[in-house]
Design a binder for this molecule. Sequence first.
Ligand SMILES: [Zn+2]
Length: 191
Amino acid sequence: MVNVEELLKDTGALLKGHFLLSSGLHSDTYIQCAKLLQKTRYAKGIGNDLALKLQRFDPDCVVSPAIGGIVIGYEVARSLNISFMFAERDSNDVMTFRRGFDPANFKRVVIVEDVVTTGKSTQEVIEALKRRNSHAVATSSIISRTEMNEINGLPFLSLITLPLKSYTPEECPLCKNGVPLSKPGTRKIFN
Ligand SMILES: [Zn+2]
């Protein structure tokens, strides 16, 4: 098993500052998983470990929300020797399948993300799969920033849990101190 915390430190993927999370909340730390997964050797090892945890669900496909989930989702699917596809937001911000992906062919989907904070993207992928006559059996991420162990009634598992301290903009101490806000991640994909 790889030590994800060591790898985060090694790659400088754990950022300190004042960040706007995709949930709209503010935080003093941000995990930039793209920096961790930039090391293909690490991505492969992490993908293998997550695949080991997910194989008991007998999945037939991995689905990840774009963009953050794509690299790790692909690595997990490759390790499990099953298909991979990703969901993305359309111009109305609705999670959907494009690019010819047809999830209806799969009934035992596992959802793989890089980091789960609120589980919102995962919930939206679960709903997007239902709309396309497919079905998720489990959800997962490399890193969990919550204590949840299920999302929408499905098992949720991760390799490590790093609980997040986050604030609404109104109560954020960093905003009060005038620390500039940065937005390191985005849910949008370029068309
Ligand atoms: Zn703030």
